[in-house]
Ligand binder design. Sequence first.
Ligand code: NDP
Length: 295
Amino acid sequence: MLIIDGKKVSLDLKNELKASVESCLASTGKVPGLTVIIVGHDPASQVYVRNKAKTCKEIGMISTVIEMAADTTEKHLIDTIHELNNDPAVHGILVQQPLPKQIDEFAVTLAIDPSKDVDGFHPENLGRLVMGHLDKCFVSCTPYGILELLGRYNIETRGKHCVVVGRSNIVGKPMANLMLQKLEATNCTVTICHSATKNIPFYTQQADILIAAIGKAGFITADMVKPGAVVIDVGINRIEDSSTKSGYRLVGDVDYEGVSAVASAMTPVPGGVGPMTIAMLLKNTLQSFQRINGL
Ligand code: NDP
């Protein structure tokens, strides 16, 4: 079985992005800038934001983190976003989710200028994706990273049956719509499953490409997978493990051991889809800089 190594691909991609940032600097005297806003003190969000800032710096982009108190008002957050929308040194704006209860996440998403929405969550970007205008939108980072992995591993997609389990706005829906597009790297027949789907194995067993974005450890078992399928595991779940220092370990939505005996190719967790997500965020930020500067 082929292990689709997201860690390696993301390193390759970061090296390519670093070279592109250097050529941006050479041709314009400027580099792309990403601003991340974090509201409150959610420990997982703090780790994600730190990693994004660190990777940004590694490839030579400007990274700014704005930290706001947990009791920040929606108005203050949106006013700050409006300032960033008008700041020419900012090419990408990201508001780390989840947000505290007093803030409406959708209102915040709508406040971000779609041309700086490098997370690809704004309805204008999602709408353009659905319409197939991928060169005129930002594709949300996790689905975009999966597309990159499929491409770099030359996984055939045309006419294949892709089954996506999960329909969130940030993973499942953009993923399914991406695989549906009439592009060389997609062009699949797509089925989407979710919590109200009856008999999920009936669908997953027909998948040539199975993408699991559920948030349930080991949900996809070997008996649900067609022999020879390509299996992409988006899930990141913490399970208790007393043999580790932290007392837990990360596993995906796919039972890796069982499914690896059936699948032809598969992403591991960790080291599969996860590392690609930050790399694609930086790719989107570079793309924003290039569009704004007419490169
Ligand atoms: P959400 O919780 O927003 O969505 C989960 C989806 O799975 C929903 O559509 C839900 O259905 C569906 N679902 C839940 N339980 C079942 C079930 N028993 N049977 C069928 N479908 C079910 O999660 P996200 O999409 O944000 O994330 C999914 C997973 O991916 C999580 O583990 C998350 O941590 C991980 N993730 C990983 C990223 C990475 O970079 N690798 C990035 C983003 C997420 P319904 O709509 O009916 O509720």
